[in-house]
Design a protein around this ligand. Sequence first.
Ligand code: FE2
Ligand code: FE2
Length: 209
Amino acid sequence: MAVNFSQSRTKENLMRAFAGESQARNRYTIAAEEAENKGFYALKEIFLFTAEQERAHAARFYEFLKQEAGNTIEIDGTYPVDQSESLVELLNMAAHNERQEHEDVYPAFAKTAEEEGFQDVAYTFREIAEVEKVHGVRFTKLADMLKNETYYEKPEGDEWMCLNCGYIFKGTKLPTMCPVCHKERGYFIPACMAPYLGFEGSGYERKGE
Ligand SMILES: [Fe+2]
Ligand SMILES: [Fe+2]
């Protein structure tokens, strides 16, 4: 049944989503500071990268609210206080919220939008829900690696990229600093998560090997 946008639940859900994304963006920016304070530059970058995507989500939802420009929209909602000095906890809390968005919140908003006749909004909620899944999986993976101490060490061998100079380290345990640029090892990111790498981590062979 088509509904007038101004009277729709979708209008409110878009504002809820805008508020949620805006807060997620800030939570990740703040978590990035915590990661940096702990010398974990790579994790800081991952938080900032994700924060920027939450900004893009917020912008997309906000755009749908354009026709309400000049009005205020009252919403109720619950928002998490995800504060911790533990990076593992910050990652797990972030993953939890991402999962909720992916599994419950955005699918429900999409369904309502569809019922109210806003197909493009429904599509956007569904596709952004898929992005949140990726966010959640990545945060969980990182939390597990930190918790199990497999971020810097992989008995079966792995590859890492230094985010400062691009050097690829191959082995079972990262040195305490990058052998090329001498930045601390917090600059290294596992190859499977390295940006712009251009090859599968496990398929990489250094020249001459
Ligand atoms: Fe998002
Ligand atoms: Fe997300």
